[in-house]
Design a protein around this ligand. Structure first.
Ligand code: SAM
Length: 290
C-alpha cells in the first residue's frame, strides 16, 4: 500500500511537470509563430510561478547543487570594482537573482531581462529588500534580440537558460550575450554539461526526453569552440562529474567597443514581448504594472 501510494504520488508529480513543460510547449508551438512559443507554461502563469518557485524544488531539479552552482557563477563574476553594469539574461527560480542583487552594492546596476512579463514581475517582487532593489532594472525582451547597444555591460549572466531554447534561438542568445559585453567584461553561464558516467548520461537523456524538449540538442552545441582565443579567455568549471558546467568567457580588452547609453531604445513593456517596442519612455516596468 505504501509503495503504491508513493508510486501514485511520484506519477502525479511527474504528470504535473510533464503537462507544464513539454506538453505545454507542444501546444504553444502549434499556434501562430511568436518568439515566446518555446516558453513552458510554468513561466507564463503567475499562479504556476508562485506554486513552483520554491527553493527546495529548484534544489531538487539541480540535484542539490543549486547553491554550489550559484556560488561558482558569482565567484566568476568577481567582487572587484564599483559602478559595474550587470545583465541577468532571463529570470531564474530560487534565490539566484536575490544573491546576484545582493552583490550589487559592489556593482552599479543590475538589469534583469526576460521574455515573459509574468516572470519579470515576479523577479521584481522577489527582490524585496531595499538594497536588492537599489539599482535594479527589469526588462521584458527577447534575449535573442536584446535592446542594448554593443559593449554596454561589464558582466552578462545566465543560469540554466540555454537548454530551454530551440537551437537557432540558443545561438542567437549566445551571440547577443557576447555582443553587449564591454572589453574586459565577462559572460558567465551555468548549464547542464556532459556527465562522465555513461549511466548518468543515459538517465539524464531520459529526463530531458520527458521534460525538456530542447535540452538533448545541447550535447551537440559547443559555442566556445568557434571563439577566437586571442579575443576571448575561456574558463570552464564542471560540477558533479561533468553533469553541470559553469563557463566564463572574458572578452579581452584589446577589442574595440562602442560603449554608450545602455538601451538602444527604451521599451514599453505593457505590451506582449512580440510587440514590445520603443516608445520614448525609459521606465521598463512602468508605475502601475504591479
Ligand atoms: C532561465 S530559464 C530556466 C531556469 C531554471 N530552469 C529555473 O528553474 O528557473 C527560464 C526563463 O527563461 C525565460 N526565457 C526563455 N526564452 C527567453 C528568451 N528568448 N529571452 C528572454 N528570456 C527567455 C523564460 O521566460 C523563463 O523565465
Amino acid at each position: 500500500m505504501l509503495y503504491l501510494t508513493l508510486f501514485l504520488f511520484l506519477l502525479g508529480i511527474g504528470g504535473f511537470f510533464f503537462i507544464t513543460t513539454r506538453a505545454s510547449v507542444i501546444l504553444f508551438e502549434s499556434r501562430k509563430s511568436r518568439p515566446d512559443n518555446h516558453v513552458y507554461w510554468i513561466y507564463r502563469s503567475p499562479w504556476l510561478i508562485w506554486l513552483i518557485d520554491r527553493q527546495f524544488i529548484s534544489s531538487i531539479i539541480l540535484l542539490f547543487q543549486y547553491s554550489r552552482l550559484v556560488k561558482q557563477v558569482l565567484d566568476q563574476v568577481g567582487t572587484s570594482g564599483s559602478g559595474k553594469r550587470v545583465l541577468q539574461v532571463s529570470c531564474v527560480f530560487g534565490n539566484f537573482s536575490q544573491r546576484l542583487a545582493d552583490c550589487c552594492h559592489r556593482f552599479g546596476e543590475l538589469f534583469i531581462l526576460d521574455i515573459m512579463h509574468s516572470e519579470v514581475r515576479h523577479a521584481r517582487h522577489k527582490l524585496s529588500t531595499q538594497r536588492q532593489q537599489a539599482g535594479s532594472h527589469y526588462l521584458q525582451a527577447d534575449a535573442g534580440a536584446m535592446p542594448f547597444q554593443n559593449g554596454g555591460f561589464d558582466h552578462v549572466i545566465s543560469f540554466f537558460l540555454f537548454h530551454e531554447l530551440p537551437p537557432a534561438m540558443r545561438q542567437k542568445v549566445f551571440d547577443e550575450s557576447l555582443r553587449v559585453l564591454k572589453p574586459g567584461g565577462s559572460f558567465v553561464y551555468g548549464e547542464f554539461h556532459k556527465p562522465d558516467s555513461p549511466l548518468v548520461r543515459r538517465l539524464s537523456e531520459i529526463y530531458f526526453w520527458i521534460f525538456e524538449p530542447y535540452a538533448r540538442s545541447m550535447r551537440q552545441w559547443n559555442p566556445t569552440a568557434t571563439l577566437d582565443t586571442k579575443a576571448w579567455r575561456i574558463n570552464r568549471v564542471t560540477v558533479m562529474g561533468g553533469y553541470f558546467q559553469v563557463v566564463s568567457l572574458e572578452r579581452l580588452s584589446t577589442q574595440r567597443s562602442e560603449v554608450g547609453a545602455v538601451l538602444t531604445a527604451p521599451l514599453d513593456c505593457r505590451r506582449p514581448a512580440a510587440r514590445c517596442h520603443a516608445t520614448g519612455t525609459r521606465e521598463v516596468l512602468p508605475q502601475g504594472v504591479a
